[in-house]
Write a protein that binds this ligand. Structure first.
Ligand code: PLP
Length: 395
């Protein structure tokens, strides 16, 4: 049965915090959220200050224009927080993402960086003022030119497939032109582009800084093959987050490696773009999920792989966890636990192991951290289990 008596926050302890421009009910702590909550579902938490801090890191350090990759977390509160933090450019991939960003930040500059778009999406985006588009095939180039009416104000970004790198999640298997195709496409696109650029994605959660240098070196060699000058180079996303068991170098090291590679490979003077998704919002979101039953070391929760824990299930990522309970008990040693989500599907299991106090029990809440990117954004309504409550915690 679906729950029909869902009660939203009955006593939102809204803080008079001038820094909370997220539009969400805001609380001082997770404890305050749980104290006020009367619903039965998991709760998504956003930490606007952490998102703002990540935005500042990129705006101050990345050697180019920062485009937020909206798919990582399209929640309006995330978009508002990034906008008020100074992010002015957004990487979108669908008509709905165009409309969403424009509804929140009408003057945002949008880059439609999906190399395969419907004709209707191209028409809609162009009419909505979008001028930056990506492509990786002659047919897509043709489609874009036809649907925009061969205008003289298009910025076209050729998506290159990269030789295989070391990212946790490679993103060159589906999109991107190979070297020979890229050479042809650069020549074909140049006469139609007021600005011509090259874009790539080293793969999400890229733990090898050198991958950016390798990618930029590859871009240079493709351009030399083509004998075509470009106006911009887009380093894509891939900037990593410190999930448990992974130790990425500091973001400043990524920025200086990219800055250096841009110079070495002859891109000084070009417009530089970057498209961080994960790195801007992963640490700014977590999920509060309640233990419904304990069977030994197995905890049955009200959020799972069809909720915000997709990567915990599919990639066996061990997200950081914290226990929250109403009345503190004596401190206990920690033990390893496995999680099961609420749906009836056997795939709904998160092996972890997740390190929690040995006496965790039914009714306790577990905060699963670092789910602000590709966690909350992926949650579905499968089997009638989902969170309808997102709050801001101003910590
Ligand atoms: C998903 C995506 C991004 C964001 O990647 P992250 O690894 O989250 O930084 C950027 N650009 C494109 C084209 C994408 O598809």
């Amino acid at each position: 049965m679906f729950k029909t008596d869902y009660a939203p926050l009955a006593r939102p302890a809204i803080l008079p915090d001038a820094n909370n421009r997220s539009g969400l009910p805001a609380f001082a702590s997770v404890g305050d959220v749980l104290h006020a909550y009367e619903g039965d579902d998991a709760i998504f938490v956003l930490y606007p200050k952490k998102i703002a801090a990540a935005a500042r890191t990129f705006l101050n350090g990345f050697p180019g224009k920062v485009l937020y990759a909206v798919k990582a977390n399209p929640h309006p509160a995330v978009l508002k927080t990034l906008w008020t933090s100074g992010v002015r450019n957004f990487d979108v991939a669908s008509t709905r993402e165009v409309e969403l960003v424009q509804s929140i930040a009408p003057s945002a500059k949008l880059f439609f960086m999906h190399p395969v778009k419907s004709r209707a999406a191209i028409r809609h985006a162009y009419a909505a003022g979008v001028r930056n588009f990506s492509f990786d095939s002659a047919d897509e180039l043709q489609k874009m030119l036809e649907e925009t009416g061969y205008p003289d104000d298009l910025s076209l970004h050729l998506r290159l497939a990269l030789p295989k790198g070391n990212a946790a999640m490679p993103l060159s298997g589906k999109f991107g032109a190979d070297r020979a195709t890229a050479v042809d496409l650069l020549k074909a696109a140049r006469p139609h582009a007021s600005q011509l650029g090259v874009t790539f994605h080293v793969g999400s959660q890229c733990l090898e800084i050198e991958d950016y240098d390798r990618a930029l070196s590859y871009v240079r060699s493709v351009l030399d093959n083509a004998g075509i000058e470009i106006d911009s180079v887009d380093c894509g996303g891939g900037f990593p987050v410190a999930y448990p068991g992974m130790k990425p170098s500091p973001m400043a090291d990524y920025f200086s490696a990219i800055r250096n590679a841009l110079t070495v490979h002859g891109f000084a003077g070009l417009e530089v773009l970057g498209e961080p998704g994960r790195a801007l919002c992963a640490q700014g979101g977590s999920t509060l999920t309640r233990v419904e039953l304990r069977k030994g070391r197995d905890l049955y929760l009200n959020d799972g792989s069809y909720g915000s824990l997709f990567d915990a299930a599919q990639c066996a990522w061990k997200f950081p966890v914290k226990l929250h309970r109403a009345s503190p008990r004596l401190a206990q040693a920690n033990e390893d636990f496995r999680f099961f989500g609420p749906t009836c599907d056997s795939l709904d299991v998160m092996e972890g192991p997740f390190d929690l106090p040995a006496d965790v029990q039914e009714g306790d809440w577990i905060e699963v951290c670092h789910l602000g990117a590709y966690g909350q954004a992926l949650s579905s309504r499968f089997n009638g289990f989902y969170s309808e409550t997102t709050v801001a915690v101003m910590a």
